[in-house]
Design a protein around this ligand. Structure first.
Ligand SMILES: Cc1cc2nc3c(=O)[nH]c(=O)nc-3n(C[C@H](O)[C@H](O)[C@H](O)COP(=O)(O)OP(=O)(O)OC[C@H]3O[C@@H](n4cnc5c(N)ncnc54)[C@H](O)[C@@H]3O)c2cc1C
Length: 333
């Protein structure tokens, strides 16, 4: 049994997805000095894009190019990944807990007879046993469970997007790139007729550098208009606590926290958010955190770099106005 760590990289329309870089960052940290990290990239005409992964921590890149792998389809992808894992016998395989990873990883695990820990938010190596400690929320997020796969190999996990940090250490680093040739007998039970892309790109708060996040303290959906104005002035996005999502003030896709998204923006402005542990779990790794709250004892101030004790309905519009004035003075648009 090998000691390599494999990352199943994702591409859409020939572009490597952010989750692939995040998985490589974590794989590199887990690998230390004595294990190799390999990225597996599947698609059509994907070779040049795949080569980029070297700079993000891959020692080796296995590229599988075939027309059957152009758009994601369960069967050919499962076949390719299962075959590579069976032949190369890695110790650990990481997938993104994305729509693709959530479909692919369970299929692969069943086919190669190993376990899978889904939707992990933490991965560590146990220094004593050498096992991968896979941590994920369980029982609706009320406990964190750490799971090990003792008796089967590889140890496999899907990893929640936005939790792990990509590293871009060595732009000039080269990796061994292998073109992996494979035949696919097309499964005639499944035929891809058409791929329909959404007309409006759904907001992805995990991609934003600046988030203005509203909590119950904004008092209602109209309070989100102030958040939006500040987000627009700063070139950011609006996010929210679960209390606001549950109240129907904004959409679930904007929820930050244990049962929402994990975000790591450059700036997170928490407006009227108390700082419950389930919320903080999703934003505490932001580079800069500013909290605005009327209650000076609110726990959000414990994780904030800058705290403003005051009413969001006064402070947020004042901030927006000051930014607009600043932009006019500086001629920045
Ligand atoms: C299993 C489980 C999973 C959960 N998952 C999540 C999750 O993913 N994300 C999440 O966010 N929560 C989650 N929660 C809920 C979490 O426990 C809290 O209930 C929630 O985060 C509270 O949201 P909030 O801070 O907006 O509201 P509150 O806790 O009600 O806080 C409102 C804050 O606004 C302040 N305030 C009031 N008026 C103003 C004003 N005018 N100006 C400024 N400040 C003001 C108050 O002082 C208070 O601190 C989860 C809970 C459970 C049990």
């Amino acid at each position: 049994m090998g000691r390599d760590i494999f990352v199943i990289a994702e591409q859409r329309d020939g572009h490597i997805m952010k989750i692939s870089y995040e998985l490589l960052g974590k794989a590199r940290a887990l690998a230390g000095e004595d294990r190799r990290v390999a990225a597996v990239v599947m698609g059509k005409n994907i070779y040049e894009q795949a080569a980029k992964l070297a700079a993000y921590g891959a020692d080796k890149i296995i590229v599988v190019e075939h027309p059957a792998l152009d758009e994601y389809m369960t069967e050919p992808y499962t076949k390719a990944v299962s075959k590579i894992i069976t032949e190369r016998a890695p110790d650990i395989v990481l997938f993104g807990a994305t729509a693709i990873g959530r479909d692919l990883a369970p299929r692969v695990s069943a086919r190669i007879h190993t376990g899978l820990t889904a939707d992990c938010t933490g991965l560590e190596m146990d220094p004593e046993s050498g096992l991968l400690l896979m941590t994920r929320p369980a029982f609706g997020g009320n406990i964190m469970a750490t799971i090990v796969c003792e008796n089967h190999r590889p140890q496999m996990a899907t990893v929640r997007p936005g939790v792990m940090q990509a590293i871009h250490t060595e732009p000039e680093k080269a990796a061994e790139i292998e073109k992996y040739a494979m035949d696919f007998e097309m499964d005639d039970r499944i035929e891809l007729h058409q791929v329909v892309r959404p007309e409006h790109k759904a907001v992805d708060i995990t991609e934003a550098d600046i988030l203005i996040s509203g909590g119950r303290g904004v008092k209602g959906p109209e309070g989100f208009a102030d958040m939006k104005a500040l987000a627009d002035a700063l070139g950011g996005e609006v996010a929210a606590s679960r209390a606001c999502v549950d109240s129907g003030w904004t959409g679930k896709e904007r929820q930050v926290g244990q049962t929402g998204k994990t975000v790591r923006p450059k700036l997170y402005i928490a407006c009227g958010i108390s700082g419950a542990i389930q919320h903080v779990a999703g934003m505490e790794d932001s580079e800069w955190i500013i909290a605005i709250n009327t209650d000076e004892r609110a726990p959000i101030f414990d994780v904030a770099d800058l705290g403003i004790v005051g009413d969001v309905h006064q402070i947020v519009p004042m901030l927006t106005e000051a930014l607009r004035e600043y932009k006019v003075m500086q001629n920045v648009f």
